[in-house]
Design a binder for this molecule. Structure first.
Ligand code: BDP
Length: 333
């Protein structure tokens, strides 16, 4: 075969291959959107995000493709939050604590001892108040596609068995690096130590901290239960999380697909909330089998009165007052 024929043949083979690969690949006009997630495979958040990504690909006929990056491989939460705001990262699922560092009015829903259960919280979030929060977050750089469940957070320690408010004195307690959590721990008479989520187990092992606080599913999935066997069911913060998209990235999505993304986001949130209920029960069983002991406060009055300065601060702040009034009108612990 002459050289020119061989070249023509090679070119046509290449063309067929390119055409075939195009037939398989989705016809996306944009690069896949990266979705940040701190949790491991199988965790309710991760399962819901994967289902969201599949749903979106299907209902947009492959125009919007989402790649879920779990286990915090794209970086820790405190770094990821501003990256979504600036548009460096397109999507994420965040806890409200870190998010309220960027959008201050979100602090209203993150205060301690506001809700008795998640139903109270979701009644507000799925209604007008949730929509007001969405507007504020959107102005701050985050489009909310779904309110996820962040569960009820409680304290747990390696050595100390907590049973009452006085037991907190002098303990070094790991918190997220957010104002409310830092303040909350100080008001209990302990020392807050801000440690990124992925480093908490290490901080326990090296003795940098005595205790931490989190929900039961994270207590298990992050392995904290292997070392901190004394659990104190304070449920001091009942909090939502949010599936968010960077406002910058959102503007590049066609309006018809934006509607589809919102619908898929809401479906994933409902799925996540269902999975969460189940996971809390499973997590408790795993903890009990591993020898974790559970204590429960006898009454909450002493804790709530210690939180007064914190509640006061956000009560007088115009950025949070209206939301706080709405929440209190909806039921207090
Ligand atoms: C987990 C939340 C995650 C927080 C983490 C923490 O899902 O958003 O970053 O707690 O305590 O339960 O840092």
């Amino acid at each position: 075969m002459k050289l020119c024929h061989r070249l023509a043949l090679a070119a046509s083979v290449l063309l067929v291959q390119v055409a075939a690969s195009h037939a398989q690949a989705p016809q996306t006009s944009n690069a896949p959107l990266r979705l940040w997630n701190i949790h491991p495979d199988g965790y309710p958040v991760t399962v819901a995000l994967n289902s969201f990504a599949q749903d979106v690909k299907k209902i947009t006929d492959g125009r919007v493709v989402i790649d879920v990056f779990s286990n915090g491989v794209l970086g820790d939460q405190p770094k990821a939050v501003p990256m979504v705001k600036s548009g460096e990262l397109e999507m994420a699922e965040f806890g409200l604590g870190p998010l309220s560092q960027e959008v201050k009015s979100m602090n209203a829903i993150n205060l301690p001892f506001l809700f008795s259960n998640t139903e109270q919280m979701f009644r507000l979030l799925d209604g007008d108040m949730g929509n007001q929060f969405k507007t504020r977050l959107e102005a701050g750089g985050y489009v909310v596609l779904g309110w996820y469940d962040g569960g009820a957070r409680s304290f747990y320690c390696v050595k100390k068995k907590l049973t009452g408010p006085r037991d907190f004195a002098g303990l070094r307690i790991r918190v997220q690096a957010t104002d409310i959590y830092l303040e909350l721990v100080k008001l209990l008479g302990a020392t807050p130590v801000a440690v990124p989520y992925k480093d908490v187990l290490d901080a326990f092992e090296t003795g940098k901290i005595d205790c931490a606080e989190n929900n039961l599913p994270s207590f298990i999935s992050a392995g904290h239960y292997k070392i901190a066997k004394n659990f104190f069911l304070t449920e001091h913060v009942i909090t939502p999380e949010a599936l968010v998209m960077s406002t910058q990235a959102w503007k590049k999505i066609a309006p018809a697909d934006q509607i589809k993304l919102r619908e898929a986001g809401q479906r994933s949130a409902l799925l996540m909330r269902q999975l969460w209920q189940k996971r809390v029960i499973e997590a408790r069983d795993i903890a009990l089998k591993a020898g974790v002991t559970f204590e429960r406060p006898v009454e909450f009055g002493a804790y709530i009165s210690r939180m007064k300065p914190l509640h006061q601060k956000y009560w007088v702040d115009p950025a949070t007052r209206t939301e706080l009034m709405t929440i209190l009108a909806g039921g207090v612990k």
